[in-house]
Design a protein around this ligand. Structure first.
Ligand SMILES: O=c1ccn([C@@H]2O[C@H](COP(=O)(O)O)[C@@H](O)[C@H]2O)c(=O)[nH]1
Length: 240
């Protein structure tokens, strides 16, 4: 169904480019947000907070309602565990699952997702990290160098693509080529509160840099009018 924002029809393919992060402390709060956003939002992300609050089961209702669902668990464990957890996510009908972009982890997830529609994305370097934060974890090399390395390893592991900052998207797109996914959190419409994100860009800048989809949480969920906030982002994406 085509959605109309201030007289402009929003195409279905544009709507699927916005993934709203359901970062809520309860399933009831997430359900209320989904009901409020209605047909405006077609793609949701279930992350750690909602998952540990019983939110994984919400996916079945979202899928039944025709929504796409991204399970953002950022898996990192021994290969057998990652492979089996990935296969379980595929079985539940998720569209996207994240793992940390370490070669053995990504290879295990690729095995677990084989033959399913599940897209495994490797988290390169968190968008809330700058060079100093990354150095504090013991990683040698700055953010750019590390994202470059991990994007190449994601390609070589045969997973669907990566999560990176919008500020890394152009470099990552050049590494992955046109057929793999580049998905960017750390997106802030002009004037929105930055919060704990450190490597940010606007929705239009993210797409222009090569992102397929953007992930947006608080600029929508904490907005006075979440529907208007989501519609404004979609209008910006369509104009990009
Ligand atoms: O590098 C990453 C990986 C994941 N995220 C997740 O995206 C959303 C962003 O929420 P905002 O409120 O728009 O900041 C959140 O669920 C993170 O866990 C990320 O931000 N960066």
């Amino acid at each position: 169904m085509t959605q109309v924002v201030q007289g402009t029809p929003i195409r279905a393919d544009v709507r699927d480019k916005l993934i709203v992060a359901l970062d809520y402390p309860s399933v009831a709060a997430a359900e209320a947000a989904v009901a409020q956003l209605g047909d405006v939002v077609s793609f949701y992300k279930i992350g750690l907070e909602l998952a540990v609050s019983g939110g994984i089961d919400l996916a079945a209702d979202l899928i039944a309602a025709g929504k796409k669902v991204f399970l953002d668990l950022k898996l990192h464990d021994i290969g057998n565990t990652v492979e089996r957890a990935t296969a379980a996510a595929a079985e539940r009908g998720f569209d996207i699952l994240t793992v940390h972009a370490y070669p053995m982890t990504m290879a295990a997830a690729a095995r677990g997702a084989a033959g399913s529609k599940l897209e495994v994305l490797g988290v390169t370097v968190l968008t809330s990290y700058d060079d100093a934060d990354l150095a504090a974890t013991g990683v040698v090399g700055g953010v750019t160098e590390t994202v470059r390395l991990r994007a190449g390893q994601a390609r070589d592991a045969g997973i669907a693509g990566v999560i990176c900052a919008p500020t890394d998207a152009a470099m990552v797109r050049a590494i992955l080529g046109p057929d793999r996914r580049v998905v960017t959190p750390g997106v802030r419409p002009k004037g929105a509160a930055v919060g704990d994100q450190k490597r940010i860009a606007t929705p239009a800048e993210a797409l222009a840099a090569g992102a397929d989809r953007i992930v947006v949480g608080r600029p929508v969920t904490a907005a006075e009018d979440p529907v208007a906030a989501a519609q404004a982002i979609l209008a910006e994406l369509q104009g990009a």
